[in-house]
Design a protein around this ligand. Sequence first.
Ligand code: NAD
Length: 323
Amino acid sequence: MTDHSIIVTDRIADEGLALLRDGGVHVEYVPGLPKDELLERIGYHDALIVRSETKVTRDLLDRATRLRIIGRAGVGVDNIDVASATGRHILVVNAPDGNTVAAAEHTIALLLALARQVAVAAATLASGGWDRSRFLGMQVRGKVLGIIGFGRIGRTVADIARNGLRMDVLAYDPYCPASAMEELGITPVDDLAALLRASDAVSLHVPLTADTTTLIGAHELQLMRPHALLLNVARGGLVDEEAVVRALDAGSLGGAAFDVFATEPLPPESPLRTHPRVLVTPHLGASTHDAQRFVAIDVAEQVLRFLRGETPTSGVNLAEVQQ
Ligand code: NAD
């Protein structure tokens, strides 16, 4: 193993790094390395480990003559050109489970904060105010939460909302059997429009793909109830942000909370930053110490396993690369 070399170009938790260093491989830990330097250095490494900051593009892979595996410490691989990696027989592995609870808990935090206008109320106190009458909120118990995408995070949010908050939960996911929803006491809905019409709050938990880009646009927002809340802790690009601002201003949507944006960092001039009915966080869904530890350990173990000649557990393109 000692002749193997791993480059880690985003910050990962110490526990994951320690595993790599104890794994008998050479580790170059260079979070934030400028792209031109990465282009120069990538050719010396067998493995690359990233979070979401490093963009693993085709031109980078063109220089990655030794690279055999890319590890993503997290779930979404949209910062990696997986097709180009596959074409070069480079395996991409991710850590799909480590973030689930963190992202689900952040969704619930945003739901409650939006329903009770916590951020705006806190900001008025910070600027010297004390306005109690402005902030009448919405109780969530007994209200309808519509979940779009019933995967790991969607079903965790559904479970907390139903069993913890005692909301009525609907779910729309054309790829998930209705029985998996019903087992958890969740009502399956096979039509997105029906879910949007019936929900007091709607939460997105789908990947960003060609099919899901602008899944929620002006037309879908029109179907939502005027007091309804929209939550996106999944991926920017799923929602037409400008249409959301228009719907809020027109009174046809009650509020929106976004952790992710079409452009990140969110541009300083974006109206989402200051809109009184919008709550924004800077892509914090996975940002707990616990989740960062889980994903770093998971991906480190998989990369080491692969370099030892074993099969990793979460190969995104495993089937194609093995062909
Ligand atoms: P997952 O793959 O477990 O679940 C996604 C679900 O979406 C699947 O069940 C799939 O069938 C469903 N789906 C796909 N297309 C759909 C469509 N058109 N309509 C309805 N359902 C559809 O993924 P996950 O781990 O639950 O992650 C969900 C999202 O959260 C991803 O976009 C991921 O990148 C994002 N995420 C964000 C953060 C953050 O920091 N904010 C952290 C972790 C994950």
